[in-house]
Design a protein around this ligand. Structure first.
Ligand code: DGY
Length: 324
């Protein structure tokens, strides 16, 4: 880095450690870190930036890049998923795109498994019962859930987070089946004792289906009404990847009509909106996109994003570059 200090725009609040790294590198501008900027404002504030640190709520496309100007060198998404970014539109303009894989694997798998337990053992429902001061007394038939030992967890997308979910499920005595675009290496299958199944068979046979595939045009509404109808009526669906992988209206109807037994959701089709019917149903455990929300993980994510910016501004490749 020579001459004038680069201008780095940070669109939302990030942890201090990461901010400090960026301050050592350039002039950091964070216009209104507490507010999600609409596209027109985002385009105004990014003008003249050499680098932008963005979150999954920012839409980053050719218009964003053009608004920034030809000096824009790098977009660092503070997320592993990058469906908010039109990667080809940026790379064809010579802009590096980076994400944060690896550092949020455990935190996200923890929330996925937490939702699995919450949904199958009716934890949220139990808490609501107590908080509503509804009279209750212990008896042998009271609020029975579904045990998970010896049941099959069907994982769609056995990447890093899918594997971490499988490891947790194995520790709880579950069997693992998976489907995805390609088969996992045999070392992974052996370690997790995971059986590869075509997706339709996985949906038909799993007791819990957990989604860990990225959102792409191919996976949008992967779980639609037909997919839900193919699942067992006793089965549960867990989604911690991206909301639009599931047709949320179809899921609400399936939960209401007993097509499947329950669900655990950390992500929603039109965040921060949640389909109103889901909010009325007791057989769904809900969380507001908390997958990576620990102090340690968010610090690691933002630090990795800052290091990606620093690398590119120093003429090096990004540490975790996304390729189209
Ligand atoms: C990601 O990194 O893609 C997550 O959704 C953030 O928690």
């Amino acid at each position: 880095m020579t001459g004038t200090r680069p201008r780095i725009v940070v669109t939302r609040w990030i942890p201090d450690d990461a901010m400090a790294l960026l301050h050592e590198t350039g002039e950091v501008w964070s216009p209104d870190p507490d507010r999600q900027l609409p596209a027109d404002e985002l385009h105004r504030v990014v003008a003249g930036a050499d680098a932008a640190v963005v979150t999954l709520r920012d839409r980053i496309d050719g218009d964003f890049a053009d608004a920034a100007g030809p000096q824009l060198k790098v977009i660092a998404n503070v997320a592993v998923g990058y469906d908010n970014i039109d990667v080809p539109a940026l790379t064809e303009r010579g802009i590096t795109v980076a994400n944060t894989p690896g550092v949020l694997t455990d935190a996200t798998a923890d929330i996925a498994f937490g939702l699995l337990l919450s949904a199958t053992r009716r934890l949220g429902e139990g808490e609501r019962l107590l908080r509503s001061r509804t009279p209750w007394s212990f008896h042998l038939g009271f609020m029975l859930g579904s045990g998970i030992q010896d049941k099959t967890l069907g994982i769609i997308g056995l990447g890093q987070i899918g594997q971490a979910m499988a490891t947790r499920a194995r520790a709880f005595g579950m069997r693992i089946a998976y489907s995805g675009r390609r088969r996992a290496p045999s070392e992974v299958e052996d370690r997790l004792e995971a059986t590869y199944l075509p997706q339709d068979e996985l949906l038909r046979t799993a007791d819990v289906v957990s989604l860990h595939c990225p959102l792409t045009p191919d996976t949008r509404h992967l779980i639609d009404e037909a997919a839900l109808r193919s699942m067992k009526p006793t089965a549960f669906l867990i989604n911690t990847t991206r909301g639009p992988v599931v047709d949320e209206a179809a899921l609400a109807a399936a939960l209401r009509d007993g097509v499947i037994a329950g669900a655990g959701l950390d992500v929603f089709e039109n965040e921060p909106e949640v389909h109103p019917e889901l909010l009325e149903l007791d057989n769904v455990a809900l969380a507001p996109h908390l997958g990576s929300a620990t102090v340690e993980t968010r610090t690691a994510m933002a630090t990795l994003a800052a290091r990606n910016v620093i690398a590119v501004l120093s003429g090096e490749p990004a540490i975790t570059e996304v390729t189209p």
